[in-house]
Design a protein around this ligand. Structure first.
Ligand code: IYR
Length: 230
């Protein structure tokens, strides 16, 4: 007998989970090609100003929002900025924070660690990239009675969603980098966000400049990142 298309669990509807079943060989092949494809992703700091259609940005945000989240609260808002005046405002405010960070807040060791990556306080990509997505985490929400409730595992949830967003950007043939001006509260003001939202990550999105160069860094091998318990 075929499985029913839904059941009730504690009175709540659960629908049949369906997925394409793969042979073990196909599964091995897919896991390998997925890794090879992800391994081509790089944080790119040099952008082309070529336009990216809004439809792509919509799809990227929808992809990010498929992430698992604490109690399925989806505690996030993705602000997508293409408005040039707003991008200029964001660049100016971010560079002011970055100047303070590079000159006073970051340790010498931190700056030394960043040297091979070629970052500094100047962030032209904030104006050149056609889109900026700023991921805000929703720390709490109000219910229908106006009562405040904290969300669950907010950092884990938004972190996973941003990871999926980055993968979706790569899949669309676009590039990004994880920009983290700190503190980021200027973004709440510029983008006029409510008090339950905190900026988490800023991602410029676009096509890479041609040519674009990235640092010659290498990823850790499996023996350095994994421990197996057979
Ligand atoms: N937020 C700064 C500094 C920075 C910090 C780390 I850790 C990086 O991996 C890269 C940069 C900036 O965006 O330049």
């Amino acid at each position: 007998m075929a499985a029913p298309d839904h059941i009730l669990l504690n009175g709540y509807k659960h629908v049949l989970y369906t997925t394409k079943s793969l042979s073990q060989d196909k599964s091995i092949q897919n896991s390998k090609t997925f890794h090879e494809w992800l391994d081509k992703r790089r944080s790119v700091r040099e952008f082309s100003d070529q336009d990216v259609p809004k439809e792509i940005i919509d799809n990227l945000i929808l992809s990010a929002s498929t992430a698992p989240s604490g109690a399925h609260k989806q505690p996030w808002t993705f602000c997508a900025v293409s408005n040039p005046a707003l991008k200029t405002k964001i660049r100016q405010a971010a560079e002011a924070e970055e100047k303070e960070s590079y000159e006073h807040r970051m340790s010498e060791r931190w700056k030394k660690d960043l040297e091979p990556l070629g970052t500094d306080m100047h962030k032209p990509f904030l104006e050149i990239a056609p889109w900026l997505i700023i991921a805000f985490k929703k720390v709490y929400e109000f219910d229908e009675n106006g009562e405040k409730h904290n969300n669950y595992y907010v950092n884990e949830s938004i972190g996973i969603a941003c990871g999926m967003l980055i993968s979706a950007i790569h899949n669309a043939g676009l590039v990004t980098l994880t920009h983290t001006p700190s503190p980021m509260n200027f973004l709440t003001k510029i983008l006029d966000r409510p008090s339950n939202e905190r900026a988490f990550l800023l991602l410029p999105i676009g096509y890479p400049k041609s040519p674009a160069y990235v640092p010659d860094i290498h990823r850790k091998g499996l023996d350095e990142i994994a421990v197996y318990y057979d």
